[in-house]
Design a protein around this ligand. Structure first.
Ligand code: SF4
Length: 493
């Protein structure tokens, strides 16, 4: 009898090695590795989700008739050796979602079955990328749309346009909007047992049922999103509101990244909802672009660029400010709100991640490795393949433009336009030199001056650089920026 080893981010009966398995011919191995769970302080809800989802999946496979060897082990190698000591037969696994995982399987003689957990296998992505001068996400997305057939009428995109992004960047609605409340699931005995056994180094609030921990719960969340939230998804995709943490975001990334949902079933449901009416094209297209475009593009780049996480084009070298880790309070309202939400649920949507957290880290010169490690330990949906391109390529622009043509940076004006954060903040988003100047605004201009040489040849930055050169108070602004960085480091801002 063969053993199928199911990894913690491949919890789906229909993918890879498990798709062909049958209780009469296969047994199942799952290993809960303490080393994986304890190697760095991690948000309690992230640990709870990963461990609970594995245990529940093991239970579902047992109910189906499989013999399941669920092992708690100090590390993966020990768990595998113990399993082999008690069971004959080969061990097979679906290709792991990390480079180190695949190397481990090679070293330990575990046969790897090609993964279909994503819609574009790394080998297909490499073929798409081969010979291209620039690997533009939009080009990849159109290639994916065409070959997968999502939102297509023959060879043409439905509605005649590929991309409705320009309609999806509206400021928050003046009345705060009316956003459907996400479902929750009451915690049961398994949840309680796991919460009580979490390592002492774990941080953040305990789970309250926001995140589903099995496939049935994930499917319920998917239906809630498609039926109730999707029609509202598009226009305010980039808006941030202090009184509402979810707006019209899908909240499905944790399930996609653990395998509890597959990208094709989510996109099929969205396409059906669009075709049946009731979902505007900018909402359907915007969401499908996130899944078959952005998510798969990031996955492909992770495999294509093994050196990505070694890049630091801007030479950032500072440590993470104590405000990020909760070691000090912050007076910046945007940061206070974002960090409080992360503490509460281990999740904020892509704009606070990109334009508040990553932007501040880059403006302040924080080392990208420190940013990646912190985000990986904090976000509920983190995985190495998603974090490396998003942090080194997008958030911190550490690769100097291989992935994003310009750094994504926010001054106070952007955050003020896209949120309701600034009104009650002690800082003023329009000021850059005084004690009440917004730290983002002062740091934004200082960043452009500091990195002028690195950005000079970038035509997408030419207007911003010209604006910086025209500032009459650039010296004072840079002095204020230096003070901001000093205060951030000291936990005084
Ligand atoms: Fe953040 Fe600046 Fe706005 Fe305050 S004024 S909330 S620090 S962007």
């Amino acid at each position: 009898m063969e053993t199928v080893w199911v990894l913690g981010d491949q919890l789906n009966r229909r993918i890879g090695a498990l798709a062909e398995a049958h209780p009469s011919t296969h047994r199942i191995l799952l290993i809960e590795s303490r080393q994986h769970l304890e190697r760095r302080p991690t948000h309690r809800q992230r640990l709870h989700l990963v461990v609970t989802a594995m245990r529940r999946f093991a239970g579902e496979l047992r109910e189906e008739g499989f013999e399941v060897d669920f092992r708690q082990s100090p590390d993966m190698a020990g768990g595998l050796a113990a399993h082999r000591g008690e069971h004959d037969g080969a061990v097979v696994v679906t290709e792991p979602n990390s480079r180190s995982g695949r190397r481990f399987m090679d070293r330990h003689g575990v046969r790897q079955v090609a993964s279909d957990q994503f819609l574009c296998h790394p080998s297909d992505f490499a073929r798409w990328a081969d010979g291209r001068k620039a690997l533009r996400m939009e080009d990849f997305y159109r290639w994916q749309r065409t070959r997968l057939g999502y939102l297509m009428d023959g060879d043409e995109p439905v509605g005649g346009r590929w991309n409705y992004d320009s309609e999806n960047r509206e400021s928050p609605p003046g009345d705060g909007g009316d956003w459907p409340t996400p479902p929750t699931t009451p915690l049961d005995d398994i949840d309680q047992e796991i919460v009580e056994s979490l390592p002492a180094t774990a941080f953040g609030a305990d789970p309250k049922g926001t995140w589903a921990t099995d496939r049935a719960g994930a499917l319920e969340r998917m239906r809630h999103f498609v039926d109730r939230v999707l029609p509202l998804f598009g226009p305010h995709e980039d808006a941030m509101l202090s009184g509402n943490w979810h707006l019209a975001h899908s909240l499905l990334s944790p399930y996609l990244n653990l395998g509890l949902l597959t990208p094709n079933e989510v996109c099929d449901a969205v396409e059906d909802a669009y075709r049946n009416g009731g979902v505007p094209i900018n909402s359907a297209e915007g969401f499908i672009r996130q899944v078959i475009g952005w998510r798969e593009y990031v996955w492909g780049l992770y495999w294509l660029w093994p050196d990505h996480a070694a890049t630091n084009h801007l030479g950032n070298d500072r440590d993470l400010p104590p405000a990020f880790t909760g070691a000090a309070a912050t007076q910046m309202r945007c940061l206070t709100i974002t960090l409080a939400e992360l503490d509460r649920r281990a999740w904020v949507h892509h704009i606070p991640r990109l334009m508040v957290l990553s932007s501040l880290a880059n403006l302040a010169g924080i080392h990208p490795r420190a940013v990646m490690e912190w985000m990986t330990s904090t976000y509920i949906d983190a995985a190495e393949w998603v974090m490396i391109p998003n942090v080194f390529g997008m958030g911190m622009w550490s690769d100097g433009g291989r992935m994003a043509t310009k750094p994504y940076l926010s001054g106070g004006a952007y955050i003020n336009r896209m949120s309701d954060y600034c009104g009650d903040c002690r800082f003023d988003p329009r000021k850059r030199t005084s004690d009440d100047a917004c730290p983002f605004t002062s740091l934004y201009w200082d960043f452009l001056a500091r990195h002028e040489a690195a950005l000079r040849g970038n035509h997408r930055m030419s207007r911003a650089l010209a604006g910086m050169r025209n500032l009459k108070d650039l010296s004072e602004t840079r002095l204020r920026a230096a003070q901001v960085i000093e205060q951030l480091d000291a936990g005084l801002l």
